[in-house]
Design a binder for this molecule. Structure first.
Ligand SMILES: Cc1cc2nc3c(=O)[nH]c(=O)nc-3n(C[C@H](O)[C@H](O)[C@H](O)COP(=O)(O)O)c2cc1C
Length: 164
């Protein structure tokens, strides 16, 4: 869908980010789509120090914990498309993404998943996202990894079709 057509679509850009990469990707998506950005914040904030949050991330992942989400979303039904972005942790979305799906209903929503990572492709995280989305009876209409390259992102967004 062309960039100017996105201006007629109501989109929400939900993203989780600790070191800022996914936040930058979300900002680029906002620039292209005009969507509303909303950060997924945990009830218990992660420490700023990398080694400390790395340990917590590892613990959450190993025990498959569900860190509670503090963010509130005002009437998700007003959005035509929901972008959901996250860093890749050990080849998977962080556990807080499971909590997000637990807290909110995305039933019947059109979802675009986007990941960031050092190198792991989006496809590694796709099965987990597909499962979460299928369980909600929502639809994943696209998914991609953001690498900071705006032309790459614009091409991904241009390739999204809303009419399914
Ligand atoms: C706990 C942890 C696990 C990670 N695991 C992977 C991984 O499996 N593959 C990869 O390419 N990058 C991995 N990374 C790098 C992050 O995915 C990457 O830096 C991401 O863009 C960070 O997003 P953020 O700045 O929005 O927090 C990991 C980083 C952390 C902190």
């Amino acid at each position: 869908m062309a960039e100017n057509e996105w201006q007629d679509v109501k989109s929400l850009i939900l993203y989780f980010s600790l070191s800022g990469n996914t936040e930058s990707a979300a900002t680029q998506i906002q620039d292209v789509t005009g969507g509303k950005m909303q950060k997924i914040k945990p009830v218990n904030p992660y420490p700023e120090d990398f080694d400390q949050y790395f340990k917590i991330a590892k613990h959450e992942t190993e025990l498959q914990l569900m860190p509670p989400v503090a963010t509130a979303i005002d009437d998700i039904n007003q959005y035509d498309v929901v972008f959901i972005g996250y860093p890749t942790w050990w080849g998977e979305p962080p556990r807080i993404i499971d909590s997000l799906f637990d807290k909110f209903s995305f039933a019947d929503k059109k979802i675009v998943a986007f990941s960031t990572s050092s190198s792991t492709p989006f496809e590694a995280t796709k099965p987990h996202m597909q499962q979460l989305i299928d369980d909600e009876h929502a639809l994943m209409i696209a998914g991609f990894r953001c690498d900071g390259d705006i032309d790459h992102l614009k091409a991904e967004i241009a390739g999204i079709h809303l009419a399914y």
